[in-house]
Design a protein around this ligand. Structure first.
Ligand SMILES: [Mn+2]
Length: 415
């Protein structure tokens, strides 16, 4: 039984209701999401939160005698307080031993690499920037009526060891890490890093399956030329990704493209390969719902799973100043969040959030927007029951052996 708190009665006209004299702006509250979300909260479990609080007391000692709330430990552990702690993404458990990621529905993987940047650097600090500001979120979303802590398992595996100044070695490290996470069955959530990582992330996933992968790519830029400044930079990921045998360009959907920063070289490749470009003007004319429908149709056509690559610069640069190539005229935040949720609702095999550059950020708003995209995607996938749907298509498991390291992880003493 859901407590209605007497509010449902407002939707029923009382006997003395007179439509001619009654004021008309008292809505039927039961038609508002504000009301139904309030009711839906009562249906969510909270056992994991109880477990986390018990764990925090065990890990951080019970609190001082003077505290009335006996769930508060002496040392900050777990979600609370939001301003304290050693931050993982969303304060998820740190999977220090990456052999354990398969125990989680999804794994956050930082890729601190900006060696593919052709203008503003700094995205190597993106993973740290997102983790830091992600601490202000709770795992619960009121409007969606989801609680990620209760309804899914998430870990943060830390960062890939990238090699500054060597793009190709970094790509190899990134592909290996992504293949490890993906083949474990956990959905990789990759935090960049510049957009050059789009190629090695998809390559790592693609090698774990014989099935066909579609890509939905949010960006102001097309990112599909072969080389830039003689290397595979952040302007080139989709040229190389769509060369992979199971990642055909016909399943690449590029949304939000436009402005004065799309190189002609990229347009030529997009034309030759017949990728699908939906400009920001198209979005304006057709509307979010129609664009979502079209993008899903093209990305999923004969494909078995879809990967989402979200460049934060697809949002108008007034909202995301901390990025590598700012371009005015992009999505408004509510449009981008709405569209990305509609894409995620059909299921994803992986997500990357790239091009957040904290050194250029103001008040962490760009990192906050990036965090929001990730949690909205997760919340949508949980509420639509599609998290893990892609697992059925992992048919080429990759073994990433532990190697010969067998010593202690930490020692202050003599060897
Ligand atoms: Mn871009």
């Amino acid at each position: 039984m859901i407590p209605t708190n007497g509010r449902r009665s407002r939707s029923h006209h009382p006997a003395d209701f007179n439509p001619t004299t009654a004021r008309q702006h008292h809505p039927d509250l039961s038609k508002l999401r504000g009301w139904s979300a309030m009711m839906d909260e009562a249906k969510l479990p909270e056992g994991e939160w109880d477990k986390e609080k018990a764990w925090a007391l065990r890990m951080g000692l019970t609190g001082s005698n003077s505290l009335e709330d006996k769930s508060i430990p002496t040392f900050a552990r777990g979600e609370l307080p939001h301003y304290a702690g050693i931050n993982t993404f969303l304060k998820a458990p740190y999977a220090e031993d990456v052999q354990e990621v398969g125990q989680y529905d999804a794994t956050v993987l930082g890729v601190p690499f900006d060696g593919g940047t052709t203008y503003r650097p700094g995205t190597r600090f993106g993973p740290q920037g997102l983790r830091k500001i992600s601490a202000l979120y709770t795992p619960y979303n009121y409007e969606m009526a989801v609680d990620l802590r209760e309804q899914m398992t998430l870990c943060d595996a830390g960062d890939v060891f990238t090699i500054p100044g060597n793009i190709e070695k970094s790509f190899d490290q990134i592909s290996r890490a992504c293949a490890h996470v993906f083949s474990s069955g956990s959905m990789p959530i990759i935090i960049g890093g510049d957009h050059s990582i789009g190629y090695p992330t998809v390559r790592g996933i693609a090698e774990c399956t014989s099935k066909r992968i579609g890509i939905v790519h949010f960006d102001r830029h097309a990112d599909i030329q072969e080389k830039d400044l003689d290397e595979r930079m952040h302007t080139t990921p989709w040229f190389h990704a769509t060369n992979l045998p199971n990642v055909p360009p016909s399943n690449l959907v590029q949304v939000g493209i436009g402005g004065w920063q799309v190189p002609r070289e990229a347009v030529k490749v997009a034309r030759e390969r017949e990728t699908n470009i939906i400009t920001i003007g198209d979005v304006e004319r057709l509307g979010i719902d129609k664009v979502a429908e079209m993008a899903l149709e093209m990305a999923w056509k004969d494909a078995d799973m879809v990967y989402l690559s979200f460049d934060i610069d697809c949002i108008d640069c007034g909202f995301v100043p901390g990025t590598g190539w700012p371009e005015p005229g992009g999505f408004l935040p509510r449009e981008a969040l709405s569209l990305v949720s509609k894409i995620a609702a059909e299921g994803l095999c992986g997500l990357e959030l790239v091009e957040v550059s904290p050194p250029y950020d103001q008040s962490e708003i760009t990192a906050l927007m990036g965090t929001r995209v990730i949690v909205d995607v997760l919340g949508t996938m949980v509420s639509h029951g599609v998290l893990g749907k892609h697992k059925a298509h992992i048919d080429k498991p990759v073994t990433v052996p532990m190697g010969d390291f067998d010593g202690k992880r930490w020692s202050n003493g003599a060897a």
